[in-house]
Ligand binder design. Structure first.
Ligand code: SF4
Ligand SMILES: [Zn+2]
Ligand SMILES: [Zn+2]
Length: 365
């Protein structure tokens, strides 16, 4: 019942850890022979020996059972616009109480959030009860919640509790994710109140395996499953210089998008900036332009370019007549022109948007 874990030589792994509110029995795991456990939260499906941690360092085997050490162990909590996630077709103009923990189940060397994702969570950390998150949202006037900044799947047990309370109070619930949870985890999230998920597709099969240590087929499976379960889905592609910025990779991702989630699921091509252990120059604008044009030509109705303020790909256009419908400036809505019935004012085409438009700027005057 005593073990050492790299860099935490002072930490005793035993049942005494469970006295902390941030250490809770996990929900999805199975017991194996020899006091090992298999975590069933994400597709890594780590087999963890007694006293050991899973790959993501948020789950530990104590005495033959699996525990999360990040229940309410938050690295950040703040109100943020939904467009920043980015969600462009879900409760436009609204804000969501956004929270995160530490670490990740992927290994992307260019991680744009590495200060949170690349370190092990502190134990016990600072505990924030689920009720506190929901109260904070209500106090701020937020319309929903969002688990973001680091991989939300690692907050699985905690998100279930927050989502349940949030839904009771009429708030929506969202994930900004790499989409690597198991089917069981995704179904439980959906059943307790997840409304929308934004899934980061990091490249082709080979690229995701090489850089992120993951199987992109599982990511696309979840994107498709989420749609089938009635969740709102948007796909994000961070176009990384020297990784997935060539014509073939972009073409492959667009084809896969059409096949798995169809033409009405929004896709965002985001500009990468050098970060963490990856130092190639930022994505060339011509590459983003190419991806934008190709995706539209191939029939995706809602295509966006992100992290390039002032780019025409920040706006929503009518897929039928080309009319500019939602004008944005770097994730802020400047003009919203849809009719009450969410139609193009010029040709009447229905635009796929979930939830209501919230004009916070107007509320302030
Ligand atoms: S959440 Fe994923 S990476 Fe973390 S312990 Fe479970 S299976 Fe492993
Ligand atoms: Zn990452
Ligand atoms: Zn139109």
């Amino acid at each position: 019942m005593f073990s050492l874990h790299g860099g935490r030589k002072d930490l005793k792994i035993g049942l005494e850890l469970t006295k902390y509110p941030t250490v809770r029995r996990a929900i999805l795991y199975e017991r194996l022979r020899g006091n090992k456990v298999r975590c069933l939260v994400c597709e890594r499906r780590c087999v963890i020996p007694e006293g050991g941690f899973g790959f993501c360092r948020t789950r530990v085997n104590i005495d033959g059972d699996l525990y999360t050490v990040v229940y309410g162990n938050l690295s950040a909590i703040e109100s943020r616009p939904i467009e920043i996630k980015p969600f462009f077709h879900f409760w436009p103009g609204s804000t969501a109480i956004t929270f995160s923990t530490w670490s990740c189940n992927f290994t992307c060397p260019w991680c744009q959030n590495w200060s949170l994702s690349k370190c092990a969570p502190p134990i016990p950390g600072n505990y924030v009860p689920p009720e506190k998150v929901v109260e904070e949202a209500i106090r701020n006037g937020d319309e929903g919640t969002c688990v973001s900044f680091n991989e939300p799947t690692l907050l699985f047990e905690y998100s279930l509790d927050v989502f349940k309370l949030a839904r009771e109070r009429g708030l929506y619930n969202t994930y900004v994710s790499n989409g690597y949870m198991t089917e069981d985890a995704l179904k439980m999230l959906r059943n307790t109140g997840l409304d929308a998920i934004n899934i980061d597709v990091k490249g082709t099969k080979e690229q995701v395996l090489k850089y992120c240590g993951a199987d992109v087929d599982k990511v696309w499976r979840n994107a498709r499953l989420a749609k089938e379960m009635g969740l709102h889905v948007e796909i994000i592609v961070l176009v990384v210089t020297g990784v997935n910025d060539d014509e073939n990779s972009i073409r492959e991702i667009i084809e896969r998008h059409l096949k798995e989630v169809g033409p009405y699921t929004p896709i965002h091509f985001n500009r990468y900036y050098p970060a963490y252990e990856y130092h190639e120059p930022p994505t060339r604008i011509e590459v983003l332009d190419f991806a934008y044009r190709l995706a539209r030509r191939e029939g995706i109705a809602y295509v966006y370019v992100g992290n390039v303020p002032g780019h025409p790909g920040e706006h929503t256009y009518c897929p039928n007549c080309g009319e500019l419908l939602i004008k944005r400036w770097h994730y802020t809505i400047v003009k919203y022109r849809l009719t009450e019935g969410k139609r193009c004012p010029r040709c009447g085409t229905e635009i796929h948007i979930v939830g209501k438009y919230v004009n916070k700027a107007r509320l302030l005057v």
